[in-house]
Design a protein around this ligand. Structure first.
Ligand code: UDP
Length: 416
């Protein structure tokens, strides 16, 4: 067996007072139509990053509305995850000369994982490139049942042909594919069904649920952060695409005008991202001993509740990505009524309406200036925060994504 991930429970009823009624009704109807349908999700990690974050909510909700849903992760050697991170980087536009050793490491692991795969499913959704070629081996071994979906969470707009051309034949074996934005679909990519579904956040998770000021203060105190001075926060894996060095440069610009300002850079070290530690050190060197820059991670006990508190304690949230499939953290921050300054890339413009709930920027200098503007205008920042929360409520909360997935599952199940 692949590795089964235990998830908690959730009830769709709890979302009734948060999202629009029509979405809940649609989910309930689809649940009735698909009672007992067997769904499996396969991904590469149960910890760190947006995919895991979403599955911890979506799997229990699928179960709650009648589906027989499961989530399994693939095992992988360190070499394998190093190769898949290189692939990930190349798919987001970084140069890579792909070697036979890399492809062999990637395919061998997927073949081994296909040996571990068992069970009969109606719909299987495979997330991202790490486990993508597993289907080809499962099919070869005569173990394929039901319809298979490849769910791509990354920004493919500038994918390097070397890696894309290598992966594409494996991806074309799927019955369906899901992308976050239409511009991520390559011109010559073709499977029977393509859906565009954007990610969502869970308003009831410990990361997003309302918490009181007392709790926020006590968490910040634990990390020696001064609640009485302005706080800027970026919550992101330490990864070149999240531009942690650029965030520090923008903070330094703001610091000239607001010497009191503090910067929190919060990261979780994902098990499928070996680059994280290297980038952490690089960021730490760039911070150059500045006592007002706090580099925090799960290694210091930062979990969901802490991220929640840091976001709520911030005057401004930054997400200065240079590539971003979607960027769940943007919606997480908007939900907390905070203005967000984000890179004008990938899925970020779906979430930030420039000038309404934050600003879209393309460089550190522009980012620094926008931080200053927001710190100088707290009333504008508050107004943006209010707008941001409603934008997320309408578009980026879990029930909407659940409904979209169930619609796709139903379409594929009916065409079985
Ligand atoms: N995250 C976290 N702690 C951290 C860093 C990130 O819990 O220290 C979470 C973050 O809150 C979000 C997810 O990891 O839910 C990151 O998703 P996103 O789509 O922003 O980026 P990805 O890591 O998938 O590229």
């Amino acid at each position: 067996m692949l590795i089964s991930v235990p998830v908690g429970t959730r009830s769709i009823k709890e979302y009734e007072h948060i999202v629009d009624e029509g979405i809940i009704e649609k989910i309930r109807q689809l649940g009735k139509d698909m009672e007992g349908v067997r769904i499996l999700n396969i991904s590469s990690t149960a910890f760190g990053g947006g995919v895991a974050e979403m599955l911890y909510t979506l799997i229990p909700l699928m179960r709650d509305v009648g589906l027989n849903a499961d989530w399994q992760i693939i095992p992988g050697s360190e070499d394998f995850f190093t190769v898949t991170k290189l692939f990930h980087n190349a798919l987001q536009g970084m140069d890579l000369i792909i070697t036979p050793e890399m492809t062999s490491t990637y395919l061998k692991q997927n073949e081994n994982n296909a040996d571990l795969f068992d069970g009969v499913y109606d719909v299987v959704m495979v997330h991202d490139p790490q486990p993508a070629s597993i289907l080809s081996f499962i099919d070869e071994k005569g173990k394929k049942t039901g319809k298979w979906i490849w769910r791509c969470h990354i920004d493919l707009t500038t994918a390097r042909p070397s890696v894309w051309n290598f992966l594409e034949p494996y991806l074309k074996q799927y019955d369906a594919a899901v992308f976050t934005m239409p511009q991520y679909i390559k011109n010559d990519f073709w499977v029977d069904k393509i859906a565009i579904i954007s990610p969502t956040i869970d308003p009831l998770s410990s990361k997003n649920i309302g918490i009181n000021q007392e709790m926020i203060n006590s968490i910040l105190e634990r990390y020696h952060i001064d609640v009485n001075r302005p706080i800027l926060t970026q919550v992101s894996r330490f990864d070149p695409w999240k531009d942690p060095l650029g965030v520090i440069d923008a903070y330094r610009i703001a610091k000239e005008k607001f010497p009191e300002v503090q910067l929190l850079m919060v990261a979780s070290m994902a098990t499928d991202d070996p680059e994280g530690f290297h980038y952490y050190e690089k960021t730490s060197r760039h911070a150059d001993g500045d006592a007002d820059i706090h580099l925090l991670s799960n290694l210091e006990g930062v979990g969901n509740l802490e991220v929640n508190a840091f976001q709520r304690a911030s005057q401004v949230i930054i997400q200065k990505s240079t590539r971003e499939g979607f960027g769940l953290v943007v919606s997480e921050a908007l939900w907390k009524e905070r203005p967000v300054i984000g890179g004008d890339v990938g899925g970020i413009p779906l979430q930030i309406i420039n000038g309404k709930n934050g600003f879209l920027v393309s460089g550190s200098e522009q980012c620094g200036k926008k931080i200053v503007q927001l710190l100088e205008n707290p009333e504008m920042a508050r107004e943006m925060g209010r707008f941001g929360k409603e934008h997320v409520r309408k578009n980026f909360l879990s029930p909407r994504q659940l409904a979209d997935y169930m619609e796709l599952f139903n379409y594929l199940y009916q065409s079985n």
